[in-house]
Design a protein around this ligand. Structure first.
Ligand code: 16G
Ligand code: MG
Length: 548
């Protein structure tokens, strides 16, 4: 065994692995109670160094548990261009996290042999964390792993997840994507944002005033840092800024989306646009109260429709031949899919849940807009599209309308964080479009009316008993389940339902949608009973929704 691997085994003594716990690198890395994660972070330090050697580039490690409660934490690795860790490495991460302390050397050696990694190459890793109190000691464990591997690293301290993705791309693109500093991130976004507002005439409906619910997390801190760069173009009030409440507790994008109500304590006037980030600021949803005080949510589906519509118009106005498409998951509201396909005539693809699946599908378009209904999403421009747009924006032979549209597209590309969904960047993109269209929240919301839906979760003995195909829209196991769902769905107007095993919790999720809330609730319940009966439900059988 090489000296480095022997050091890695020795180093594990300070980060012992508890017996009897099985860790899994899931859709968003490792997530668990922070108190048991120390050995996982040490091992991810080791793995990040190997990944950097394998890619001959800087990679990154983000310490966060996103929208989960404050006592949780987690870690995920980021590839050189700011993408999620390549899926094939998730297994290596899981194996290493579960290796006994004394077996760490052989576990590393297996990865080195399988991938023919030259261990003598240098490695370099960017590290950041969210605001959780468990962040600093877990960072230390990760750095210990990097140090025994002889890796160089930069610890950026507290950042949003998308900021770290952005920085690693800036670095590996040798500055082509932007300056590799946090200030550089604010400057790039703010410059594009201000330029896109330059020609904003007088507005009748759009008010440049927003309230941001920062989930008591890093998004609130970083919005405050962005603010001075925006001059006076937008009046932002940040609430749930971490000064009193707990991270993600009764606030943030997940709370607002799931509870369908504003965080308690927020003072909101009718029509006032409000924005909720999640705990690491890679998800965003908008909401407002209408003139009757009724809560209205503008989720990831509404955001993608808004963005795809605007970018589509710019592409046509520029005269460029670029195909633009939207990627959703099965959770997307049926009305949004119909609106995109039938009214906007935009092609829609459906991907499996989890950012990496959407990201991957979005690469199939010249301009691929992807969003999960929960508010995670961004836009990807292919290299070729980017090139064509840049050339057109500087082509004096084009008429000024075409050139102007291409110029706005270049600014939109600067404003959009293409590495991963970014609450701050997405928020600025939405503000830009609303301002250009002179729309109030109501105008945006009126594009289409959401169908009522219901999401339930069912505990079963083994959630892998449920298997799906067709981007999770069809259950292939257990036998008979899909047939039962089809029968139930057929009973109801605009009924739609699917089931899938969760990737983050030990449950099966049931989604149902229909033309009224009562029917969506009933359909979700009836499908839950089928899951319970056919897929080995545990505990009491699901009870029908109360009709009171
Ligand atoms: C993870 C995913 C998120 C997905 C969620 C589904 C990433 C970075 N995050 O949080 O995109 O919506 O899992 O959770 O991919 P579920 O499998 O428990 O329903
Ligand atoms: Mg998040």
């Amino acid at each position: 065994m090489s000296d480095i691997l022997a050091e890695a085994v020795k180093g594990a003594a300070a980060h012992p692995r508890p017996e009897g716990i099985n860790f899994t690198y899931g859709t968003a890395g490792f997530r668990d109670k922070s108190t048991i994660l120390d050995p996982v972070l040490y091992r991810m330090g080791l793995l990040a160094a190997l990944r950097s050697k394998a890619k001959k580039a800087t990679v990154a490690a983000m310490i966060t548990a996103s929208h989960n409660p404050e006592p949780d934490n987690g870690v995920k690795l980021v590839d050189p261009m700011g993408e999620m860790l390549e899926a094939a490495w998730e297994k290596h991460a899981t194996d290493l996290a579960n290796a006994k302390d004394e077996d760490i050397g052989s576990a590393l050696q297996r990865i080195i042999d399988a991938l023919d990694i030259d261990i003598s190459l240098p490695s370099d890793v960017f590290v950041a964390r969210d605001t959780r109190p468990s962040g600093p000691p877990l960072t230390q464990a990760l750095l210990d792993g990097l140090k025994v591997m002889g890796s160089t690293f930069t610890d950026f301290g507290i950042l949003t997840t998308p900021q770290l993705h952005y920085l690693v791309r800036c670095h590996n693109s040798r500055g082509a994507y932007g300056e590799t500093t946090e200030e550089g991130y604010y400057k790039k976004l703010a410059q594009a944002f201000l330029k896109l507002r330059e020609d904003a005439g007088t507005k009748k409906k759009y008010q440049p005033v927003v309230i941001i619910d920062g989930a008591n997390g890093v998004g609130a801190l970083k919005t405050r840092k962005l603010q001075p760069h925006l001059n006076d173009s937008l009046k932002i009030t940040v609430c749930n800024d971490g000064s009193s409440g707990k991270l993600n507790e009764k606030c943030g994008a997940d709370f607002v989306k799931v509870q369908q109500k504003p965080p308690p304590g927020m003072e909101i006037q009718p029509g006032q646009r409000c924005v909720s980030f999640d705990g690491d600021a890679d998800r965003v949803v908008f909401f407002y109260l209408n003139k009757d005080g009724v809560f209205n949510l503008l989720d990831g589906d509404k955001i993608s429709t808004l963005i795809a519509g605007y970018l589509g118009e710019l592409v046509s106005a520029s005269g460029l031949q670029l195909n633009i498409g939207v990627v959703q998951t099965a959770y997307a509201n049926g009305s949004s899919t119909r609106y995109l396909e039938d009214v906007m005539k935009v092609p829609v693809s459906c991907a499996k849940t989890g950012v990496k699946h959407l990201h991957h599908k979005a690469l199939e378009f010249d301009v691929g807009v992807y969003f999960e209904a929960n508010g995670h999403g961004t836009v990807l421009f292919s290299d070729q599209a980017e090139q064509k747009i840049k050339v057109a924006s500087q082509d004096d032979s084009l008429d000024s309308g075409k050139r102007e549209a291409a110029t706005r597209l270049t600014l939109m590309m600067d404003l959009i964080n293409q590495t991963v969904g970014d609450a701050i960047s997405d928020f600025l993109v939405v503000e830009t479009i609303l301002s250009t269209r002179d729309w109030a929240a109501d105008d945006w919301n009126m594009q289409y009316k959401d169908l009522p839906s219901r999401l339930l979760k069912i505990k079963v003995k083994d959630r892998t008993a449920v298997q799906t195909t067709d981007a999770e829209r069809c259950a292939t196991a257990p036998a008979g389940l899909q047939e039962a769902i089809n029968k139930l769905v057929a009973k109801y107007q605009q009924g739609r339902s699917f089931v899938r095993p969760s990737g983050t919790e030990d449950v099966v999720r049931v989604f149902a949608e229909a033309d009224t809330q009562a029917i969506a609730d009933m359909l979700a319940h009836e499908v839950s009973v089928q899951v319970y009966q056919l897929a080995g439900g545990v505990g009491e059988q699901p009870q029908p929704p109360s009709t009171s």
